[in-house]
Design a protein around this ligand. Sequence first.
Ligand SMILES: Cc1ncc(C[n+]2csc(CCOP(=O)(O)OP(=O)(O)O)c2C)c(N)n1
Length: 551
Amino acid sequence: MPKMTGSEAIVRSLIEHGVDTVFGLPGAQTYGFFDALYKYRDKIRMITSRHEQGSAYMAFGYAQSTGRPGVFCVVPGPGILNASAALNTAWGTNTPVLGVVGQIPSDFIGKGRGQLHEMPDQLKTLRSIVKWSERIGDGREASDIVNTAFDKIVSGRPGPATVEMAMDVMMREIDAPISKAGKARRRPKPKAADIDAAAKLILKAKRPMIMVGGGAQHASAEVLRLAELLDAPVTAFRRGRGIIPDDHDLGMNSAAAYELWNDTDLLIGIGSRLELQYMRWAKSAAYVQAPKAPPHIIRIDIDPKEMTRLKPHVGIVADSIDGATALADAIESRAKRIPNARKRIADAKASARAEYEAQVQPEVAYLDVIRDVMPRDSFFVEELSQMGFTSYYAYPVYQPRTYVTTGFPGTLGFGFQTALGVKAANPDRAVVSVTGDGGFMFGVQEMATAVQENLAVVTLVFNNGGFGNVRRDQSTQFKGRVIGSELHTPDFTALAKSFGMAAKRVTSPEELGPALQRALKTDKPALIEISLERGSEATPWPFIMPAGFGR
Ligand SMILES: Cc1ncc(C[n+]2csc(CCOP(=O)(O)OP(=O)(O)O)c2C)c(N)n1
């Protein structure tokens, strides 16, 4: 067997799994790993971030935009803790991310002597925040443990995992077997009794609605087949956007779908937590575990625990493809198209559009311009901002995986860093990061990464001189007691130029269109700052949480 270091055993296993990019930030405990990356630099591209949160969010962007695992490597203790917000985002959005983490010298682990980067119990801490975490105590185990890690992050409900290795184990030479990748993805078969029960409910329904989430991103064709058998509208909140294009007759954004909600007698959730229906459209803080009909609820989810978190009337534990196919097969010969359904959908879409166009300005005007310029297959990376919230419904999405989101973790600042990973994974497709000034400052240093690696993301910074959402809440709900939300901001265009980026400032949607077009054409990282007057954006929230927060 050939001699190699423990680190090399990990890197060769990553290659076995088809990994072509590793994001990271090196340090003493990962020198061995980076040296192995050097050896295999013709197979794996290494992209260095300027902060570990950037490394992990880039891996997250890579994974969410492709569906393939994203990989990052950081030092232990402060390095992995810096990356932990992104691990939380990957957990919350079921995104397959693998963190390779260094560890202090093996003899010192758990001794509390205060080795560089030591933390109380790294493995236990990580196990409490990711789907699966393991230590590779011997390089000869590396290949098997990496295989298990990949199996964990893509099987069942996908999610993040970490593997850690002590710095001495990383450097130690071993005779290592590299076992082949590729355990089959486990897919539970839908139970016939559940399919029968669901088919009965479907055949009785007069006004069904389908809600898709991130768990159906790979199941466009199967979801569409089911929807077309019934002429049922298909909606999504964030992670499920693009599965059915917004301009398809049956595709509806969430604001439009709300107009049909009161009449809905059957909700079919596919790979979705149904956050929209039971925590946004219903009062957000009201905890209801088992909603009463109407509407009846059918859920297809690969995670059996989901069926107890929000109890459906019929639960189908299956992959979205298998569940939707089984349902379609079961009803195909008996399903009747619902008369007038397509007209009702078209009317609701037009009426919702007219309402938010009238009420949510200037956000909708800016989003229209962006959509107009960006190609159909381009990626839109949202942010926690006025533009990002409005984009949940007012930015049409046409293809799976092209709307990249932080989901319920809601991590301010994830956007720009994530967009760089999206671009690294999709160099031939356009990527726009749409962010507020507050969120952009979380990852501002990664402009250096963008320039160094020529990650041609176009970043739109909507500068309203504050944490605008917080400022509005304080003004309206706390009688104007504004605290901690007014911000001094830099001259973003000058800042971007100082990093070597092209940059421009605009002040209207009319100016943004040509500026965005030009920026896309250069195929280089670019920033456009949009100056807004403080407090000038109308609230996007009535179209997301019509019932408000509260019980
Ligand atoms: C990590 C994290 N910290 C704090 C928040 C709370 N938060 C939500 S929106 C927001 C303000 C966002 O400001 P900005 O990025 O400038 O966008 P704007 O609302 O002004 O459009 C804050 C602080 C959060 N979501 N995530």
